[in-house]
Ligand binder design. Structure first.
Ligand code: 5GP
Length: 197
């Protein structure tokens, strides 16, 4: 099969994975392009359609499910669907680039299972659940109820960490960025061979 590598970053929201993914995208040598997910949730802050997400209606999302157009999809929060369209990966591979995903743990593990040899699955661990709460509150983009929903989900997500290829503990951002850079560079150069040695 043709195509590049798949780099998955999964973590509870607020753990800093988006910052890490943005940093890696700016590293030209890694030749990465961001997999833009489709979601039924509303845009937050200055998020843009076709850049951060494809913002679509719940009805359209369900139609894509019916048509089997998703590589993976998940109802991450009630009535908030998120998914990777198959066309998104094809779009990026057609450009000769590797795909980087910022998706939830279930979706991340699904991609790894579908493409075990070409996927690097990294879990980003926040320092603690309290710190996670503090970061989500600081973001000021969501209601108290939504924040509590994300915190409740975080404990379940943390339990899946051992199923990933690597865990990055995001206690100190610059250390986490350097670690992520090294992991991804190695995987792109050597695949999983670099881990087996
Ligand atoms: P947020 O609403 O904060 O942008 O995202 C909520 C969660 O959904 C995050 O953990 C995010 O990584 C995840 N997510 C985003 N896109 C996808 C996707 O395509 N598939 C899955 N399974 N999860 C996604």
């Amino acid at each position: 099969m043709k195509g590049g590598k798949l780099i998955v970053f999964s973590a509870p929201s607020g753990s800093g994975k988006t910052t890490i993914v943005q940093y890696l995208l700016a590293r030209e040598a890694l030749n990465l392009d961001f997999s833009i997910s489709a979601t039924s949730r509303d845009p937050r802050g200055d998020e843009a359609h076709g850049k951060d997400y494809y913002f679509i209606t719940l009805k359209d999302f369900k139609q894509h499910i019916k048509n089997d157009e998703f590589l993976e999809w998940e109802e991450v929060y009630r009535d908030n669907f998120y998914g990777t369209l198959k066309t998104e990966v094809e779009r990026i591979w057609a450009k000769g680039k590797n795909v980087i995903f910022d998706i939830d743990v279930v979706g991340g593990l699904r991609i790894k299972k579908k493409y075990p040899d070409r996927t690097l699955a990294v879990f980003v661990k926040p320092p603690s659940v309290d710190e996670l709460k503090r970061r989500l509150k600081k973001r000021k983009t969501e209601s108290e109820e939504r924040i509590n929903m994300r915190i409740a989900k975080a404990s379940v997500e943390l339990a899946t960490a051992p199923q990933f290829d690597f865990i990055i503990e995001n206690n100190d951002l610059s250390t986490a960025l350097a670690e992520a850079d090294e992991l991804v560079s190695n995987f792109i150069a050597n695949g999983h061979e670099s881990k087996k040695e």
